[in-house]
Design a protein around this ligand. Sequence first.
Ligand SMILES: C[S@@+](CC[C@H](N)C(=O)[O-])C[C@H]1O[C@@H](n2cnc3c(N)ncnc32)[C@H](O)[C@@H]1O
Length: 273
Amino acid sequence: MTVTTTGPVDEASAYTFDNADRQGPNQLQILADILDEHSTDMLLRAGITDGRRCLDVGPGRGTITAWMAGQVGPTGHVTALDLDPRHVTGGDNITIQQGDVRTIDLPTGSFDLIHTRLLLLHLAERDAVLDRLVAALKPGGVLVVSDWDATDRNMLVHAPSPQVADAFNAFQDGLLATLEANGADVGWARRAPLAMRTAGLVDVDTTVHNRLWAGGGAGNLLHVSNSYQLHDALLGRGMSVEQLELFREAMQDPQTLAYCYWMFTTIGRRPKQ
Ligand SMILES: C[S@@+](CC[C@H](N)C(=O)[O-])C[C@H]1O[C@@H](n2cnc3c(N)ncnc32)[C@H](O)[C@@H]1O
C-alpha cells in the first residue's frame, strides 16, 4: 500500500539539466566517475548491508543504485526514483520509478536507507522534500545526502593563459546564475546538517570531499559537458562562442589544474522511537 507521507509541495523550481539531452548520459557518467568512490565509502559508513530496503532519489546514471542493489543482495531491495530514469539499469532487486520527489506518494516508515546525490541543491522546495524523505524512513533508518557547495570560487590552480582563467570564471558565473535562476541554492550543502537536524534526524555527521583534476580528467570534462548542455544559456549570460571554445579546449589540456566543487555528504538517522 502506498501512503502519502506529507502533502505534495508546491513546485517552484525547474531542474536545469535534461537527461534526454545528447549530453545527458555523458554528464551523468562523468558525475559517477568523479563521485562514486566517495559515495560508496559514505554508504558503507551509513551501514548499508544485506537485506536493507533502500531508496535512491535522483539516481541519474544509476551506478549507485546498482552498487546498492549488490550490497543489499537478493533479500534487500532498491527503488530508484527519478523524474527521468531512462539511464538507470534495472535488476531483480531494483524497482525503477519515474516520478517527482516533490509530489509523488512516498510510503511512510518504509526504508532502512535513503540516498540522494546532487538533487536537493537544485530544488527550491528542498526543506519540504527533506521532511518527506525523513517520513519515508523507518524508525532508525538512515538518510545520506550529498550535494556540491559552489560558493568557494577558488577552484582554478593553473590555467594555460590569462584568457583561459577569464573564460573559466565567466563559465562558472554563467552556470551558477543559470542554476540559481531555476531555484538552485549552491550554498545549501553546507547548511544541510542543520536542515537535517531541524527535520528531526539525530547523529548527524558531515564529511567534505574534493580532488584536484588535470585537464582531460573527469572533474574538468564535467565542465565541458555542462557547457554544451547550457550553451545557449551561457551565451545569454555574456560568454561568446570563441570564449566557450577556448574554455572547452583548456579543460582538456593536461596543463590545466582545477579543483572540482566541494562535496558535502551528510548522514543522519531517524530516531528509533
Ligand atoms: C545532477 S543529476 C544527479 C544524478 C546522480 N544522483 C549523480 O549524482 O550522479 C540529478 C538527477 O535528479 C533527477 N531529478 C531532478 N529533479 C527531480 C525531481 N523533482 N524528482 C526526482 N528526480 C529529479 C534528474 O532527472 C537527474 O537524474
